[in-house]
Ligand binder design. Structure first.
Ligand SMILES: Cc1cc2nc3c(=O)[nH]c(=O)nc-3n(C[C@H](O)[C@H](O)[C@H](O)COP(=O)(O)OP(=O)(O)OC[C@H]3O[C@@H](n4cnc5c(N)ncnc54)[C@H](O)[C@@H]3O)c2cc1C
Length: 408
């Protein structure tokens, strides 16, 4: 990728790669199993070792693409994508944890006012608090019209919030949580999708046990229960009714982070398969002598590198097309790029995972040989942060209406 990255970006790439090798690789088992931590509601829960977050924060990874004014590093989406990709190449779990962290910060950076940014964005950029982003509910993962979480305006001007949020990453750690719910418009009676921030473990906030899932064992997801949580106007992002646009805008950039996770997953799977095939002997010679193995290796690497190129192109596009909250046209264009990259990377991660197992035979499905972990993580790729096939629909709808503005 040297031809795409300038000297500073190459240094960031090397730093992230070194971090993955030195800090994450030796602790993979600990990351996947989790460590016991007492969360604020008093329950003991498995979590990613806290010092890994601290070490990432010291390297500036959390705040990489956010303004220096709020203690970020003032760099761009390209640097963000490089870091998440390289961490995910060794630990998709840690890459995923960082991706959702950055998703929450993206919402605050785009839609919070200055006071809110000082209060919630800055400490998260410094790694002192852990942000969450909570859209999904038991009745909706893709459709904002199906939200059930409700904000009710009280006589004293505060809002009472009730609802359940499902599969929320980092919900068991202290820090702000960006949420979406419905608020009835007093005049029209219409339900307005509204973005707001709740401080986790405030009065009325509690979490389930973490969900047991096939992969990303080091990146934990909880259900959040909001039971008469009281917030004020200071917690509302923008104004009531802005929530749908905020959701689209945040995920337009946010899709890039998860694309980086699954691209890293595909590259990491291909790395493992290649190393294995070079070492595994058949009649004294590595199994790379077989045309079947060569075909699989070439196909895996071609898919993974194509996903990487699309990721970097989409990241570069994001940096060159920063949009303000009311600039829907640019937001839609960014979304088309990131959706295309995400759709392809999700498909790639699952294809490469299957090919790696076929190239490695029985060893591919045994946890000692590492590919098995990547295969489990890849299985999640098309199913979160917006379902995989919907990404192609978003991209297809955009090019159908506007022509191919992506590559022309
Ligand atoms: C590890 C993990 C971490 C997560 N972290 C978070 C988080 O931090 N915050 C958060 O809010 N959520 C999070 N989620 C939830 C996740 O983002 C959603 O589950 C996901 O977006 C899909 O929603 P769903 O499962 O309800 O699928 P659904 O919306 O029910 O979709 C299921 C299938 O139906 C089809 N479909 C649905 N709608 C359409 C449509 N309009 N057009 C065509 N086809 C359609 C698609 O094929 C899709 O695959 C996480 C989930 C996991 C597993």
């Amino acid at each position: 990728m040297d031809f795409l990255l300038n000297e500073d970006q190459q240094m960031i790439h090397d730093l992230a790669q070194q971090f993955a090798q030195d800090v994450l690789q030796p602790r993979i088992d600990e990351i996947e199993e989790g460590v016991d931590v007492q969360v604020k509601d008093g329950t003991m829960q498995k979590q990613l070792p806290q010092d890994i977050y601290q070490q990432m924060a010291e390297c500036g990874f959390m705040g990489i693409s956010f303004p220096e004014e709020y203690d970020g590093m003032g760099m761009g989406h390209l640097e963000q994508a490089i870091i998440i990709k390289e961490l995910s190449r060794v630990s998709p779990s840690v890459g995923k944890a960082l991706d959702v962290y950055i998703l929450g910060l993206e919402a605050l950076d785009l839609y919070a006012n200055d006071e809110q940014k000082k209060k919630w964005l800055a400490p998260c950029c410094r790694g002192e608090q852990t942000v969450s982003f909570a859209f999904t509910e038991p009745d909706t993962g893709s459709d904002p019209k199906m939200l059930k979480t409700r904000l009710e305006k009280q006589a004293d001007g505060t809002y009472k919030v009730n609802g359940v949020k499902r599969f929320i990453s980092n919900a068991g750690y202290d820090g702000p949580c960006v949420l979406f719910g419905l608020l009835k418009d007093e005049e029209s009676g219409k339900d307005l999708v509204t973005g707001f921030v709740v401080e986790k473990f405030c009065q009325g906030y509690s979490v389930s046990s973490p969900w047991e899932k096939i992969g990303y064992h080091g990146s934990h997801v909880w259900d959040i229960f909001l039971d008469d949580v009281i917030i004020t106007d200071e917690n509302i992002l923008g104004k009531p009714g802005d929530g749908f646009t905020q959701l689209l805008g945040t995920t337009a950039y946010g899709k890039l982070g998860f694309t980086a996770v699954i691209t890293g997953t595909a590259l990491g799977t291909a790395d493992i398969a290649l190393n294995y095939c070079q070492e595994k002997l058949h009649r004294g010679k590595p199994i790379t002598k077989f045309p079947t193995t060569q075909l699989r290796l070439s196909t895996m690497l071609t898919y993974a590198h194509t996903a990487e190129l699309l990721l970097l192109e989409a990241a570069d596009f994001c940096d060159k097309h920063h949009f303000e909250p009311d600039d829907i046209a640019t937001m839609r264009e960014v979304q088309a790029h990131t959706a295309q990259a995400k759709g392809y990377a999700a498909e790639t991660a699952t294809k490469v995972a299957t090919m790696a197992v076929n190239a490695m035979g029985a060893y591919g499905v045994c946890d000692e040989y590492q590919a098995e972990r990547f295969v489990r993580d890849a299985a999640i790729a098309p199913n979160i942060e917006g379902a995989g096939d919907i990404q192609y629909l978003i991209h297809g709808m955009y090019v159908g209406a506007n022509g191919n503005t992506v590559f022309h």
